[in-house]
Design a protein around this ligand. Structure first.
Ligand code: HEC
Length: 121
């Protein structure tokens, strides 16, 4: 009898796939690094790195968590939008905007190896 999962299986992959996926990931990290250092085109030209050099004090490992600025438990992209709206005085990015994904790829790459601690302050 066919299982309900019969069409859900892990694809096979080899070393050349892994290399391609790593390169794709690093190209998004590089894009995020550029955006973080003034690539967002905001009129006031304030950039993330001015307050968060090398993604310091971004704490991606602590999300989701309660953020008093927003008043509820949020994911990190919502707090990134808080910084885009306030210090950068620019419009929010959608969660699936490639620029939002790139910013998070860069931030998390800088913090790789840090233990997950969701909800931590
Ligand atoms: C003028 C300084 C300033 C700039 C520029 C700025 N931030 Fe922030 N950022 C802050 C402050 C202040 C907080 C709040 C810290 C808190 O209370 O958690 C914060 C919080 C954050 C957090 C949550 C940190 C945590 O501990 O949970 C992230 C992520 C973040 N910023 C990313 C960014 C990104 C990405 C940009 C650029 C789009 C940016 N910030 C630009 C000052 C800044």
């Amino acid at each position: 009898m066919a299982s309900i999962f019969s069409n859900v299986h892990a694809d096979s992959f080899d070393e050349s796939d892994l290399e391609r996926w790593r390169a794709e990931y690093m190209s998004v990290v590089d894009e995020g690094e550029k955006l973080f250092h003034g690539g967002l085109g905001n009129e006031n030209t304030v950039s993330c790195d001015q307050c968060h050099p090398n993604a310091s004090n971004t704490h991606p490992e602590t999300y989701p968590k309660f953020q008093k600025q927003i008043g509820r438990v949020v994911e990190q992209w919502e707090m990134i939008n808080w910084c885009i709206n306030n210090p950068l005085e620019a419009n929010s990015l959608a969660a699936d905007d490639p620029r939002m994904i790139a910013l998070q790829a860069y931030i998390k790459y800088e913090r790789r190896g840090v233990e997950l601690a969701p909800g931590k302050h």
